[in-house]
Design a protein around this ligand. Structure first.
Ligand SMILES: [Zn+2]
Length: 572
């Protein structure tokens, strides 16, 4: 009988012998691994060998996967042994949509995502300000639209009550709307006479025309541009904190969807110091209105310099629309709560289509943020056109978010080989989703909201992520949401459009093998099998054997990246 393990073991042995000669010379008689993981319940995501007990690592790669006895034989005197203690072992997780520098900086700012109402926000801000006295800017993020009544937008008055003299500037949880107090608006010179910038709006009082403190989309820059930028040292310190945070949650690779390309040299510096323990795939963020020669120069220069297993910059991100909550997502039909608007595209369709075709021709991978069903259709059309005019295939262009979709477009993901990059936590059926998002989208569109299952069932490939710092990067909360479509408190009872749940295996694939495919790295990452990188995690509980409502409580025990243990929990 053919035994898959034996074949793999023989290949692995041949590889070992080769490595041994190179590494140790002829003196080393038997093959020896650098590290072994033993006594695990290893879920490999390799369909030919879905479960195993142990694996061996040599020079950062997996060289054998099998039973304890088989792998034990590869142990030498210098071999490091990780005893998984019967725990679940998984490939390291990838977050397919992240804003890493922003998230890292946010770790040291005020976090409002647990505040339930304006009074709760004021309380958080008071506490934060106490720990940072003085007159400097108070920066933070995470407030939700749902806490501000029917209007669903924040007002400067709540901030002025607490901080009449100190500037405050707070990013909404989705990063699309900002909230300034009167002091910040005054310092920035934003008054009722200030014009709205392109692709942005200063929200104004209906009677007086005075700015209310809410700034939509690009209007954020009116205030942001006067805030002192963090220094290089502050950014590096933030990135170190962010990387540690990431490894602690079991992530070994991230796909950056903006604001990290500008910092590539910082990531490179961390790498030179041996401090880069997360792999980075970093997109150039291409602003409208068009692809310019200087964009192409920057894109080409970066991908020549950064195209390896640790830092890869061969990807470009577009953003064709905004978000449902502030009516900036581009819809095919008017918003349900405001029939006067369908939102609008940030790009001219022809200029976007041309830019997609040019970048596709150059072999770059493309991400497009599209949330409204018209935005999603525009991206699908542009990708379809690019493949046709360039006669390319398997480029794996991606659409990010896809919060609403026309039923007619669901099968196009599979047909065109477009990847659906989605964030389970964005479908968290909290007050924001149910009272604002679902109200604005209306029942018909909401029935195809965050349609993970429909896209996957039609053959489309899913990739999961967080959009950190929009929501936490904790993938265990994401996994729970993906399989329950309920809040962490278990609401609503039957789940929010529960027909769009995915199975636990699908959800894990979305963070591992599917994520690797979505970053064009499935040949070397995403599953635990010989030849792939040794990026893996040992976790506190077997998520396959517990109540799905407990998955979010999973803790990472060990994180290994490239064969090196980069995180080990103290509670073992
Ligand atoms: Zn994003």
């Amino acid at each position: 009988m053919m035994d898959g393990f034996m074949i793999r073991a023989r290949i692995a042995l041949a590889f070992f012998l080769l490595i041994s000669c190179v590494t140790f010379g002829q003196s080393q008689r038997s093959p020896v691994a650098d590290a072994l993981v033993l006594h695990g319940k290893i879920y490999t995501l390799n369909s030919k060998q879905p479960w195993a007990q142990a694996l061996a690592v040599q020079r950062g790669k997996i060289v054998a996967v099998g039973s304890d006895a088989e792998i034990e034989s590869l142990r030498g005197s210098g071999t490091k042994v990780i005893d998984a203690g019967g725990r679940l072992v998984l490939p390291g997780f990838t977050d397919c949509h992240i804003h890493f520098m922003d998230g890292s900086l946010s770790l040291d700012r005020v976090n409002l995502d647990e505040a339930k109402d304006p009074a709760g926000i004021q309380q958080k801000l008071r506490e934060y300000a106490k720990s940072r006295p003085g007159t400097g800017w108070i920066l933070g993020r995470g407030w939700m639209y749902g806490m501000f009544g029917a209007e669903a937008l924040p007002h400067k008055k709540y901030l002025d009550e607490v901080f009449p003299e100190r500037p405050v500037f707070l990013e909404g949880y989705d990063g699309h709307t900002y909230w300034a107090n009167s002091k910040a608006l005054a310092m920035a010179g934003v008054t009722k006479d200030t014009l709205d910038p392109p692709n942005g709006a200063i929200v104004r009082d209906a009677n007086t025309g005075e700015p209310t403190g809410a700034l939509k989309e690009a209007a954020e820059q009116l205030v942001a541009k006067i805030i002192p930028a963090p220094t290089r040292a502050e950014k590096l310190a933030a990135l170190r904190r962010g990387i540690k945070w990431t490894n602690e949650h079991g992530l070994t690779r991230v796909h950056s969807a903006g604001q990290d390309f500008e910092e590539l040299d910082l990531y490179d510096e961390l790498r030179r110091h041996g401090d880069l323990t997360v792999r980075f795939y970093i997109a150039y963020f291409l602003d409208p209105p068009e692809l310019r020669p200087q964009d192409l120069d920057a894109i080409e220069a970066a991908r020549k310099k950064y195209r390896d297993a640790w830092i890869d910059a061969s990807v470009v991100k577009f953003m064709v629309d905004g978000v449902v909550e502030s009516h900036t997502a581009a819809m095919l039909e008017p918003y349900s709560d405001d029939p006067s608007t369908k939102g609008k595209l940030f790009w001219d369709v022809q200029k976007y289509t041309d830019a997609v075709a040019e970048l596709d021709k150059r072999g770059l991978q493309l991400f497009t943020h599209a949330i409204g069903d018209y935005g999603v259709r525009t991206a699908l059309d542009a990708y379809e056109n690019a493949e046709k005019v360039n006669r390319t295939s398997d480029r794996r262009p991606r659409i990010e978010h896809i919060e609403t979709i026309s039923a007619a477009d669901i099968p196009r993901f599979a047909k065109l080989g477009v990847i659906a990059s989605m964030q389970p936590l964005h479908a968290d059926p909290d007050a924001n989703t149910l009272n604002v998002w679902a109200r604005n989208a209306g029942p018909d569109r909401a029935s195809r909201g965050f349609a993970w299952h429909s896209i996957a069932a039609a053959g489309g490939k899913l990739a999961f992520g967080s959009d950190w710092p929009v929501v936490t990067l904790d993938p265990w909360i994401g996994l729970q949401l993906a399989v329950t479509r309920q809040t962490l408190e278990g609401k609503p009872e039957g789940g929010f459009h529960p027909e769009q749940r995915v199975t636990l295996a699908e959800a894990i694939a979305g963070y591992t093998l599917g994520a690797a495919f979505a970053g064009r790295r499935e040949k070397t990452e995403g599953s635990l099998e010989p030849g792939k990188v040794a990026d893996l995690i040992v976790v506190s509980q077997n998520v396959f054997e517990i109540d799905p409502h407990k998955i979010a409580g999973t803790k990472v025990v060990t994180t290994m990246v490239g064969g090196r243990v980069v995180y080990q929990s103290e509670a073992r």
